[in-house]
Design a binder for this molecule. Structure first.
Ligand code: HSE
Length: 337
């Protein structure tokens, strides 16, 4: 039986939930992949834990100062890094150094935070290709809503003609609350912040940037484009007024903040903005903080998925779905072979 050593960098709510879910699935990994999966290291920005024999759940609340950084992960000898740190698409965030280091070393990597993928996606893809490391990112591409896996697995071989997605929980929650409960923007935003799903700076949600990040990752890693933020048109929902909501309602239309990718003469155009849908459209009925994606392909027509997982468990599960993909490949082609 092969041992797979896992490290987690970024130990906030999602990193912590991922660690717990991973530990609870160890028997399953053994049964399904004949794999001994060990959590050998976890770290936040300043502290961490390391144990080559594997950490246990009850140890995870006692992080030690000074155990952090790409060198710490290197030292742990992990086969797989799960990166779950804070996301900053303008700088790449702290995740960027972890990802560069892991991918250069040929370590299979699962990314949950979006920042580094948006900021330096091409470089990270090249590093992975060069070293043979697997780079998986379901957690960064709308997590509980399958997006990249639909393109890469479920619709494999088809040409994607168009994608549109309600990819951000906060803006869907706000527009839904304003439309169905008639509450104001600020009240709805306060509820989203209380619910813990709005970004630390909610303008990243309301101005469309979180949707844009997910869309860009989906385009670059799912459709093979090489887009940067400058290639996207991004509009948010910050100027939507009660009057505008009323006017749409009178026309029987439901507003959604949507990210869209369209193939025009061989190139992919990407856009984030409000679209309105009649009640007969499934997108009109995506409620609260649910998300949805519609993909149109040449051969399989229209595919729609709706995601409504509870966080942070759902994002943790999306990341560990990637670990299952890695184990499927590595169990057949072990690194040590
Ligand atoms: N703030 C994001 C959302 C969650 O509302 O969907 C993380 O991507």
């Amino acid at each position: 039986m092969k041992t797979y050593k896992i490290a987690i960098a970024g130990f906030g709510g999602v990193g912590r939930a991922t660690a717990s879910l991973l530990l609870s699935r160890r028997v399953r990994y053994h049964q399904v992949y004949n794999a001994n999966v060990r959590l050998v290291a976890v770290c936040g920005s300043r502290s961490g834990l390391i144990n080559a024999d594997g950490l246990e759940e009850e140890q995870l609340d006692r992080l030690e100062d000074g155990l952090s950084g790409p060198g710490f992960i290197e030292e742990s000898g992990a086969d797989v890094l799960i990166e779950a740190g804070p996301s900053d698409f303008r700088t790449g965030g702290p995740g960027l150094a972890y990802l560069r280091s892991a991918l250069s070393a040929g370590r299979d990597t699962i990314v949950i935070s979006k920042g580094a993928l948006v900021h330096s996606g091409k470089q990270l893809r090249d590093l992975a290709r060069g070293s043979g490391a697997m780079l998986k990112l379901s957690g960064a591409a709308a997590a509980a809503l399958p997006t990249i896996d639909l393109v890469n697995h479920s619709l494999k071989g088809c040409e994607v003609l168009e994608i549109e997605g309600i990819l951000n929980a906060t803006t869907n929650f706000l527009l839904d609350a304003m439309t169905t409960r008639r509450i104001g923007f600020d009240t709805a935003l306060h509820e989203a912040q209380q619910g813990g799903f709005a970004e630390a700076d909610p303008r990243n949600d309301t101005e469309g940037w979180d949707t844009a990040c997910k869309l860009l990752i989906l385009a670059n890693f799912g459709l093979g484009t090489d887009l940067t933020m400058d290639d996207l048109t991004v509009e948010g929902i910050q100027s939507v007024t009660r009057d505008r909501i009323e006017a749409w309602s009178k026309e029987g239309l439901v507003p959604k903040l949507v990210g869209s990718l369209t193939r025009v003469n061989g190139t992919v155009r990407a856009k984030v903005g409000i679209r309105t849908y009649p009640l007969s459209d499934p997108f009109a009925n995506i409620r609260g903080k649910d998300k949805a994606i519609r993909i149109i392909t040449d051969a399989m027509g229209e595919t729609i998925a709706i995601g409504s997982g509870k966080e942070p468990l759902a994002t943790a599960a999306a990341a560990l779905k990637d670990l299952d993909h890695i184990l499927t490949v590595r169990a057949a082609n072990p690194l040590s072979a």
